[in-house]
Design a protein around this ligand. Structure first.
Ligand SMILES: [Zn+2]
Length: 313
């Protein structure tokens, strides 16, 4: 059990270093970079997930809110646009992870109404574990009441502000089981949450009900049904387009097929790693999710293995 404990601690350290969950990070030096995406839609980058903002005569709607210590900087960056003195009226969460919902409590305390899919509220409320069902794993503490979404939806919800029908649509079992993709149809922008990221092989939170099949379904639907020139805000990384999404979908399908083939050939997870079965896609291997961790992710996703929740402190 000691060996297991050491392994888990080192894995947690790796996750922390990447900043995806934010613990142990120094936010004092983080600056919020604001870019205009289209019309009255802006993208804010700081630490954690990208933020989309609709800023206009009715006030402000943001998608995701990074980390609590950044809330004041995010508010200031929105005010500095000089477009409106009206507040952030709504915050829509793309999923429950702390690098996208960490600012929920300070925004709610400042008067914003939090909106998210039903499972986001459930997972924030109870806490639990996030992971790929294998070596990527971390505990998630229950969130304070102020951080819980007040309005939740099962399938979709629309916020009618700033002359736009901002629509949040649930895509089941992708990055997590509570993902929403947010559409700004008038401005031709979509925020994909962590169903689409630019840091390489994606983290799929199999432990929280995610699956590669669901991630493929979500990204493929967006890439085939959105206008060809739609501007795509990824969960992490720079502003993207549908070519980028299509390349991501292709990689997900091809790597899934490679792992499925190995499963059909009765290979073990260790054999798949030793044989480097994802070598052809190694340009996607990243610091957070390298090829071995992505093999684990796909193996667990395709075999329905969610991993055990092991308490380690
Ligand atoms: Zn996430």
């Amino acid at each position: 059990m000691l060996r297991m404990g050491v392994r888990l601690l080192s894995v947690v350290a790796v996750v922390w270093c990447t900043g995806l969950f934010g613990q142990d990070q120094d936010f004092s030096k983080v600056q919020i970079k604001v870019s205009k995406v289209s019309g009255n839609i802006y993208m804010l980058e700081g630490a954690g997930g990208n933020i989309a903002a609709s800023v206009g005569e009715d006030g402000i709607v943001i998608v995701d809110d990074q980390f609590a210590p950044l809330a004041d900087k995010i508010q200031a960056a929105l005010k500095n646009l000089g477009i409106t003195d009206k507040p952030v009226r709504f915050v829509i969460n793309t999923h429950y992870h702390g690098d996208h919902t960490g600012g929920n409590a300070p925004f709610a305390n400042a008067g914003s109404t939090l909106i998210a899919q039903d499972n986001v509220r459930k997972r924030l409320e109870t806490g639990g574990a996030a992971g790929n069902g294998g070596s990527v794993r971390m505990e998630v503490k229950p969130a304070p009441k102020a951080a819980l979404p007040i309005i939740t939806f099962e399938h979709d919800v629309t916020v009618h502000l700033n002359g736009e029908d901002i629509r949040a649509l649930h895509f089941p079992a992708g990055h997590t089981d509570g993902d929403a993709v947010i559409f700004f149809p008038k401005n031709n922008v979509v925020h994909m949450g962590d169903d689409f990221v630019r840091y390489g092989f994606p983290f799929i939170d199999v432990t929280s009900g995610g699956s590669v099949q669901g991630m493929i379904a979500a990204t493929e639907k967006v890439s085939t049904q959105q206008p060809p020139d739609v501007k795509v805000i990824p969960g992490h990384g720079g502003l993207s387009n549908l070519d980028d999404v299509r390349a991501f979908v292709t990689m997900l399908k091809e790597t899934s097929a490679a792992v499925q083939k190995a499963i059909d050939e009765k290979k073990t997870l260790e054999q798949m790693k030793q044989e480097k079965i994802l070598e052809s896609w190694k340009k996607w291997s990243g610091e957070f999710v390298d090829s071995d961790k992505f093999i684990e992710t796909l193996y667990n996703s395709l075999t329905g293995t969610k991993g055990d929740f092991v308490k380690h402190n």
